[in-house]
Ligand binder design. Sequence first.
Ligand SMILES: C[S@@+](CC[C@H](N)C(=O)[O-])C[C@H]1O[C@@H](n2cnc3c(N)ncnc32)[C@H](O)[C@@H]1O
Length: 140
Amino acid sequence: MCGFVPLRTRYFDDQLRDAVRADLRQIVILAAGLDGRAYRLDLPPDVSVFELDTPDLMAFKAPVVEAAGVRPNGPHSVIGVDLREDFGPALLSAGFEPAERTLWLVEGLLPYLRLADIDLLMARVGGLSRAGSRMVTDER
Ligand SMILES: C[S@@+](CC[C@H](N)C(=O)[O-])C[C@H]1O[C@@H](n2cnc3c(N)ncnc32)[C@H](O)[C@@H]1O
């Protein structure tokens, strides 16, 4: 894990930077956990970041971010959801634009889900993704 996690982090960072260079302006981080990319990658201010994880995790994260004194550069939404459920309505309510190309980051989530839930998740992501969108994920 000591070797794997830093490499995975770097890989996802590189993929995010590549997507921003390719002019994707909407990033959805599923199972964000304590993901700090919205704070540490100095994203352009017109890039929107949506972070989704369980309500409990997001309630834990908020004071951690507050204490760190960091702020995202651009629009940023935190959504507490169970990703086995349909998260689309909550994402749309938070300002997600399905007409925009999106980068989806799914890092470290799939081992926690049953295969049937992964199928549903992927179908929901597909339904919210216009052509040219991207997903970066790791294996179950
Ligand atoms: C190993 S952590 C990965 C966190 C982050 N993506 C990273 O790589 O550091 C797994 C994350 O998946 C979230 N998670 C697991 N099952 C979930 C579910 N059904 N709905 C939403 N989030 C879930 C957990 O709350 C946790 O934050």
